[in-house]
Structure formats: C-alpha cells, structure tokens
Design a binder for this molecule. Structure first.
Ligand SMILES: NC(=O)c1ccc[n+]([C@@H]2O[C@H](COP(=O)([O-])OP(=O)(O)OC[C@H]3O[C@@H](n4cnc5c(N)ncnc54)[C@H](O)[C@@H]3O)[C@@H](O)[C@H]2O)c1
Length: 642
C-alpha cells in the first residue's frame, strides 16, 4: 500500500521520497485558502487541516492514553494508503519511532495495541501487493537462514519481464532475545552479520527501494500469505559431551510455529518447511498438526505442505549458497509437490542448478541428514589418523594434499579442532532420534554406529588442543595453570564470524578449566555470545559451560581485534582457525609482539614448515594437530645449533 502508492500522492518527490516540508507547506496552503474564505475556520479544524494523516496518526499515538474514539480513528488512519516513509520519519521526530515503525512499544516487546496496529499495516501492504499481482510470502524465523532467504524471495523478479513478483513478510517472534531483528530489518539492515557483500545491499534494496520486504512480530500475517516458508530452528540437545545418543531433538519451536500456521493460514496457502528436521517430521508431525488445526476450523481441504531443506553456508557466498545452488524438494501430496516446484523455480536459479523433486518428504529430509552425516563422518574418521600422524612423524596435511590429487577423493579435508557450525554437530543426531521417536523402531543403537560416533568424535577433538598447549608449555618449563594463552580464531570456519558450536569454544573452556588465562582474537567475530551470554545462550542451561568447571569468568572475555596488542605478554598462541590474517603471520613478528619466545599450537595446518622451523630457531615450542613431523623439524634446528 502506502509505499507503493506514495509516488502518486502530493508531496512526494520523483524518487518516491516524500519531502516533509512540501507536505506541511501544502497543508498550510489549504489552511490559508480556508482562512480567506468567507466561512471562519475553527482552531480545531485548522489544526486538523494542518495534519496529513501520517501526522495525525503520530499525534494520536503520542497521547498517553487513547480514548475508544481516538483508537478507532488511529485504526481508520492505518487503513488508508499511508506514505510509510514519511510516517516513519515523522514518527521518529515524535519520539514514536519504535512504536510506529515496528509496532514495538518503547519497552521493547509489543503490547496488545501494537499487534492490532501492526496487522492493519500488514493488511494494507498485502492488499497492495496482491493488487499488483504479487504473491505474498511469509517467512517464519529471521535467523541465519530466514533473514537471507526472505531477502532472496523479495528480490525475485519475473524471469522474462523483470518486474518483482513477491512481497515478503519476515515474521520473527518477539522473544527478549530476538525481537530486535524486526526493527533492524525494517531499517533495511541485515539481522545477520555476513561476509558476503551481497547480503547488506540486497536487504537494503528490498526493504527501502523495491519495498518488497518488511518484517513483523505479528504471526497474524500468516492469514495474508499465499506461501509460508518455515525457517525456525529445530535443535538437538545433548546431555553429555561426547555422548550424542543421550540427547534429544528439541522440536518445541517448530511445533509451536506449525500450530500457529495451522490456526491462521488460508486453505490454499503452500507451507514450505526449510528447517532441518528429523526424517519423518513433515509427514508424521507437521502434517497432522496442520490437519488437526484445519479440522478445528472446519476447513475440508487438505493442507498443502512441502519440504525443501537449506544448504546455505553463511560466509562469503551466503546468498549464492541459497539462490544459486541445487535444491531437493518434495510435497505431502501431488498438489503440494507441484506448488513447491513452481515456487522454488520462481525464486531460485534452477536453470543452472536444477531442482531434484522427490516422491515423499521423508526422502528429502533424509537427503539432508545423510549428506551432513557423510560430511561429519569423513571429518571424524581422520581424527584417528591425526593421532596416528602425531605419534609417528607423519604430517597429515601433506597426506591429505597427496590424496586430494585423486579426483575421486578430492573432498577429503583436514578436520581442524572439531567441526562446529549449526548443522554438522547435530543433524546425524536428528536422524538417530527420529528412528526411535518418530518412526517407532527400538534398535537404533545397533543400527546407528558410524553417524553417531562421528558426531561424538568431532565434539571432543578440540579437547586434545588443550593437551597440546599444556605439553608445549611444559617443554618450555611453564605450567598451563596461570599461563596467558591467546586463542586466535573463535568462529567455526575460516573467514566467517559464525561461532556456533565452534571447536574454539571447547578449546577455550578446557583451558579455562585447567586454570589458563585465555584471551581471544578474531578478525570476524564481534561478540562471542556463547561466552558473553553463557547463562542464557544458546538457551538457559544449554551452554557448553555445563560440561566444565571454572567457567564463570568467561562472560568477561571480549574478542580483540588488534593482534599485536593481543599478543603482548602471552606465553602461548593457539592458531585455531584458518582466517586469512593468520595465514600471513610471520614468526619474527609474533615473537616480537609477544615480547619473547612462546608456545605455538597449530590446529588447522596453518603453519608452513619454514615457519615452524623459524619458530624453533626463535626459541619457541611448536605443536600441532596431526603434524608429527614437527619433532623432526625441531631436531634439525637443534642439531644445526650444536
Ligand atoms: N545456519 C545454517 O548455516 C543452516 C544451514 C542449513 C540449514 N539450516 C537449518 O535451517 C533452520 C534454521 O536455522 P537458523 O540458523 O536460521 O536458526 P536461527 O536460530 O538462527 O533462526 C531461527 C529463528 O526463528 C525464530 N523463531 C522461532 N520460532 C518462531 C516463530 N514461531 N515465529 C517466528 N520466528 C520464530 C527464532 O527466534 C530465530 O530467530 C535450522 O533447521 C537449521 O538446521 C541452517
């Protein structure tokens, strides 16, 4: 509505932006004309004429309490085609910015009135979008996946004619932890930090220029949707570190979302689950929830439910890992399958990256779990060869390089200090759990041996880094307890700022347990919430802190950005992630910045042999995951000295 219609209204510049001075000037002109007419204008009417609807709305909303009449008037105004940009600008001036812009009251979370106002806003926008022939798409959950997926859908244009075809409402539940994502996105800013230079401009373009994307906290927007994309979380919560099988899938957020969807959507709305789920969830959990809700509403039609998992890789190719990548999909019935193929063909680059449509959702769900279990397994199996290499003078990084030359083995990679990220540490667990708890089999322990063991191995590999650090310090006559250790790299993979389940977190927690004084550097991570908010993040009682002693002070750790300053006075440096700046570090500089020889621990095949040798020449001690040849290099330096 307003946003699209504003160019036709008076006081709007050619660029579509309203010049507020023009509007107020226009109102004054109207008042002056009234003044020169024979009929006298009352001060109230004069005041009213001064106010275009946007200003009247601000005046109304700035009252401490709204009378029922004022409330009615506010709602009526919200139903008119408003110039939203102007409204927001004025609302800011009135100090109402959070209220009108996002529907959030100044206390952060929305009030009942906010919900009503917000729905009116969304109804107007959806009606305008429908009038322009656009499809209204609601994306549930503005997290790492949903925020960017919402922007990609909003950026969709007709493949031949080039005009926008979707209007997207990103719906984020207003929890105390996540409510801020809504106002941020509505300002045209990304709620997820991304190294991909495409993310920020795409969100800005869709929100502020194309006006095809808005965010809301109000799930009533579901009633306006032609298609709902579900991107909420489905976690796997582990009870013990390194014993995945005692954990369980946490489907609460997903089930609650599905209940909301069932209660609100139109019968012909397509629901597309993108959340990674335990296999069987779409057909045996989600579909029954939707069917039950439809029955309760007296809807006879079968809900149109489909599944297509995300393969997104937050990082420098964030957008293209969604839009320009192969997708697998399926539907609970023929119509849902047809609709999901159509929808994905419209929003993704299926010409270059064709879709694979499967018969049943359990097949596409299983595809996701198997592909991630496969990845977790090929990383985990190298752990035993990593230990073998350390103890027998072998450099595993060179072994891997030699194997990679074979095209059939080109995806073998060095495992680093565990694998981290949101998906690989949990997805195999979802499969194991589903086998018993959704699909009803009792013999999960005898069937699942490899996928589950892989997760356990990956989850605990990082602990060995703490052992290596202890041993390197000991070789220098120092103790780990009380030692100042700099952990370089907090994220789970190179050149990204995502810290979820990173191996570095376990390294740090284990070192803290052993009494080391750990500090952290990372060029991409601004806040390490897993530490800073460990009492509540990723959820209350779920922090990895629970598996270690001596963790309370870690909330005070702040990620440092100045590497020379961070290195000052440290006794050990752990190179945990292959971030670009760490690949370029010179041993002489490191020793200079640290003010003397230190222990250096390489977790990711970061150091070249020449650098390892140089560290030894400078009096440092070097240890590394999977690199047994280091002892040889050390002896060479020693014998050259003798
Ligand atoms: N992050 C990745 O790299 C990645 C990659 C592939 C697949 N996935 C899968 O995608 C799914 C989403 O992952 P994510 O990383 O975006 O998770 P996330 O935790 O970052 O985001 C989920 C969001 O959904 C919101 N939410 C929960 N319930 C809601 C509701 N009822 N209404 C509105 N919002 C609600 C949460 O508050 C949160 O903001 C998961 O299943 C994950 O396994 C993630």
């Amino acid at each position: 509505m307003g946003a699209q219609e504003s160019p036709q209204r008076e006081g709007v510049s050619a660029s579509g932006n309203l010049d507020s001075a023009q509007v107020e000037g226009e109102s004054l002109r109207r008042v002056k004309e009234e003044d020169s007419s024979p009929r006298r204008v009352s001060p109230r009417l004069k005041q009213f004429l001064m106010n275009p609807p946007e200003i009247e709305l601000c005046l109304l909303l700035s009252r401490a309490q709204l009378s029922p009449q004022a409330w009615e008037r506010a709602l009526a105004l919200l139903s008119t085609p408003l110039r939203w940009e102007f409204l927001l600008e004025r609302a800011k001036a009135f100090g109402l910015f959070p209220l009108v812009y996002t529907g959030l009251s100044s206390h952060g979370l929305p009030s009942e009135q906010d919900y009503t106002l917000e729905l009116r806003r969304l109804e107007g926008l959806a009606a305008a979008a429908h009038k322009e022939g656009k499809q209204v798409v609601v994306v549930m959950g503005l997290g790492f996946v949903g925020a960017v997926m919402a922007a990609i859908v909003a950026d969709t244009v007709h493949k031949k004619k080039g005009h926008p075809t979707k209007f997207v409402i990103g719906c984020q539940r207003p929890s105390t932890r996540s409510y801020w994502k809504t106002p941020l996105l509505n300002r045209g800013e990304s709620p997820v930090k991304a190294e991909d230079p495409e993310v920020d401009p795409m969100i800005r373009r869709c929100v502020l220029e194309k006006r095809t994307l808005t965010a809301t906290f109000n799930p009533d927007c579901l009633a306006l949707a032609d298609c709902v994309v579900v991107d909420v979380q489905c976690d796997y919560s582990k009870q013990h570190l390194g014993t995945m099988k005692t954990g369980e899938a946490d489907m609460a957020a997903l089930e609650a979302t599905l209940r909301q969807i069932g209660e609100k959507i139109q019968p012909q709305c397509l629901v597309l689950m993108e959340t990674t789920v335990p296999p069987g969830t779409t057909e045996f959990v989600a579909w029954p929830i939707l069917k039950k809700a439809f029955r309760a509403r007296g809807i006879k039609a079968e809900p149109l439910l489909a599944h297509s998992f995300e393969r997104v890789m937050p990082g420098k190719d964030y957008v293209s890992s969604i839009r320009d990548f192969w997708r697998v999909c399926s539907g609970c019935n023929g119509k849902a399958r047809m609709r999901v193929v159509k929808f994905l063909s419209e929003v993704l680059n299926v010409e270059k990256f064709p879709l694979t449509a499967m018969d049943r959702p359990i097949e596409s769900e299983t595809t996701k779990i198997v592909e991630n279990s496969y990845r977790a397994t090929i990383l985990a199996f190298l752990n035993e060869w990593s230990i073998f290499s350390e103890r027998n003078g072998v450099d595993l990084t060179k072994v891997i390089r030699a194997i990679k030359i074979r095209p059939t083995h080109s995806n073998i990679i060095f495992p680093g200090p565990g694998i981290g990220g949101y998906c690989l540490p949990k997805d195999g667990g979802l499969g194991y759990w589903a086998y018993e708890h959704i699909l009803g089999f009792q013999d999960g322990d005898s069937v699942f041996k490899i996928s589950t063991a892989a997760i356990d191995i990956n989850d605990t590999r990082a602990l060995h880094v703490a052992e290596l650090t202890r041993d390197a310090l000991r070789n220098m006559g120092r103790y780990i307890a009380g030692a100042r250790v700099l952990l370089a790299g907090a994220s789970y993979r190179e050149d990204v700022g995502d810290t979820r389940y990173s191996g570095s977190e376990l390294v740090l927690r284990k070192l803290a347990e052993m009494g080391a004084e750990v500090s952290v550097h990372d060029p991409y991570v601004h806040h390490w919430y897993e530490l800073e908010s460990q009492d509540t993040y990723p959820a209350t009682g779920r922090s990895w802190a629970r598996f270690f002693r001596n963790q309370q002070d870690l909330v005070n750790i702040r990620v440092q950005k100045d590497l020379p300053a961070a290195l000052k006075g440290v006794e050990a440096l752990i190179l945990a992630v292959r971030h670009k700046p760490y690949l370029q570090l010179k041993p002489d500089e490191v020793v200079k910045w640290a003010s003397g020889p230190i222990a250096v621990v390489d977790c990711f095949g970061i150091l070249e042999d020449t650098e390892i040798t140089r560290y030894f020449e400078l009096g440092c001690e070097v240890k590394a995951l999977g690199r047994g040849h280091i002892q040889r290099l050390k002896e060479k330096v020693r014998s050259a000295r003798a």
